[in-house]
Every structure is written in structure tokens, then in C-alpha cells.
Design a protein around this ligand. Structure first.
Ligand code: SF4
Length: 267
């Protein structure tokens, strides 16, 4: 009996020649199907890696190597040091869904001429209750929140949704895994950002060199997050996305010193 057709999976498998990098996973064709491993382990002998079964992958994706919970499965902190043999196409989709939930279906949707993308204004316009506040961010503020929250140091999904001032991400900068609408973390950071905007402001005058020093300190702090801090703990002033948001704001100031927003996150 022919197997049921599965256009998303069929199209996804068709693009795998010898190998395909999907976020932090290398998918390789083998004689028995596929092999998955971390992008940091491309040439390591399989015997030196921990062999995982499909059922182990969900648990692997739950925590970082340091044991911190991963609320965002597309964060660039998937543990390395493992290999997972996968016997066939259906099992490949199941395995990838453990690591990147819904990613194959979203990838397929993103290939259509009109991907089902929900942009910031449409998405926040539907919010009720405490998230209704997120509509109050101006376009420049919403763009800063977006660039901070979705920075490649925090999330490998290629953002297709936009807000004025924040263009979609390029595949080369992120990955093949698309992001079709703002996630819960983005919404929470946006809510925090409007709360911050509503606080009474204080005046702080800085020379350009001092602004550059502040930006350098922020980049160092973003790159060395407190491992005990929850990724979504936006009440903490030291939350890396809040630090990145401040970097975005500094970069938007009309000062001559370079305050760039790039950082290298250490895990
Ligand atoms: S909204 Fe941003 S942080 Fe959230 S999943 Fe999409 S790209 Fe990642």
C-alpha cells in the first residue's frame, strides 16, 4: 500500500543532498537513512559521540550543557557531543520536531509564494489583557525590541515577520528555520520595553567616548550572561536581551563614537 503523501516532508527531504545544516544540526544521508549530529561535531568519530535514540532528543533540547532550561528551542545553545541515527523520512521529521518543534512544517510554509507570516502590528493588534500594551511601542521602539530579542546570539530562527525599521533576517545570518510570527519571548520583552518607556526618565549626559565605554561594557555583559538567570526573566536588569536592547538604543543615538550592537555570546 503506498504511504500517505506528506508534501512538507517530501519537499524537505528532497533538498537534502549529502548533508544539510538545519539550525545547529547537521543532517547527513547514510545507507540506512540519516544521521543527525551537532554542527560543532562535523568530523568527530561517531564512537566518540553519545548515541541518542529519537526519544532522547526531546530531553536533549530541554537543557543547555550547563543544565539551564531552554525556553526557546531555537536558541543557539543546543548541547553538542551526540549522534542520532534516523532510519527514514518520517523518523527524520519526528526527530527534528523534538529539537525544533514545527520547524519542517514552518520551513515548507515559508517556501510558498505567500508565506503565512503575521507581522508585529497585526500580531500585537490581536492581543488582549496585559499584552495589549505591546501595541504602544512606536515603530523605532518596536524595531529595537525586535532586533534585540531576535539577535542571532539569542535565536537562530530566520525572522520573516517585520515591523517598520526591522527588515527580515537573511538565511546566511540565521538558519533555514523560519519564524513566521512573534514568539512569547518577543511579546514579553515588548511588554517590558513599554513599561520601561513609561518610567520617569532621568537625564544622563555622556561624552561619545563614555557612550562607547558603556556600549563595550554592555557587549561584555551580554556575552557573559549569569547562567542562573532565566532567559525570559525580563524583570532582571541584567537579562541579556535587556542589555542588548540598551545597546540598540545607544546605537540609535546621534553620537559619533562607535557603539555597535554585535556581541559574541559565550555558553
Ligand atoms: S520572534 Fe524572534 S526570538 Fe522569537 S522565535 Fe522568532 S526570531 Fe526567535
Amino acid at each position: 500500500m503506498p504511504s500517505p503523501t506528506h508534501p512538507a516532508l517530501d519537499a524537505f527531504v528532497a533538498q537534502i543532498t549529502d548533508r544539510l545544516v538545519f539550525a545547529q544540526v547537521i543532517i547527513r544521508r547514510t545507507q540506512k537513512g540519516f544521521e543527525l549530529r551537532h554542527v560543532d561535531d562535523p568530523e568527530r568519530a561517531a564512537e566518540t559521540l553519545r548515541e541518542l535514540r529519537q526519544g532522547d532528543l526531546r530531553a536533549l533540547a530541554q537543557f543547555t550543557a550547563g543544565g539551564a532550561f531552554r525556553p526557546l528551542k531555537s536558541a543557539p545553545n543546543l548541547q553538542s557531543g551526540w549522534v542520532a541515527p534516523v532510519p527514514g523520512d518520517a523518523e527524520l521529521e519526528l526527530a527534528l520536531n523534538q529539537l525544533y518543534p514545527g520547524a519542517v512544517a514552518d520551513w515548507f510554509a515559508s517556501q510558498s509564494p505567500q508565506p503565512p507570516v503575521t507581522h508585529y502590528r497585526e500580531f500585537t493588534g490581536r492581543q488582549t489583557g496585559m499584552y495589549r500594551l505591546t501595541t504602544m511601542l512606536s515603530d523605532p521602539q518596536a524595531a529595537q525590541v525586535t532586533r534585540a530579542c531576535c539577535h542571532k546570539g539569542f535565536c537562530l530562527k530566520r525572522r520573516l515577520w517585520t515591523v517598520t525599521g526591522a527588515a527580515p533576517d537573511a538565511v546566511e545570518e540565521k538558519s533555514l528555520v523560519p519564524c513566521l510570527e512573534p514568539c512569547a519571548l518577543l511579546l514579553e520583552l515588548a511588554r517590558k520595553a513599554i513599561r520601561i518607556e513609561q518610567e520617569e526618565k532621568m537625564k544622563l549626559e555622556l561624552a561619545p567616548a563614555e557612550a562607547a565605554t558603556l556600549a563595550a561594557a554592555l557587549r561584555i555583559a551580554v556575552s557573559n550572561p549569569d547562567p542562573a538567570m532565566g532567559e525570559a526573566d525580563f524583570d532582571s536588569p541584567a537579562n541579556p536581551r535587556r542589555l542588548q536592547l540598551l545597546l540598540e538604543k545607544l546605537a540609535a543615538l546621534p553620537i559619533k563614537a562607535t557603539v555597535g550592537t554585535e556581541h559574541q555570546r559565550s555558553e
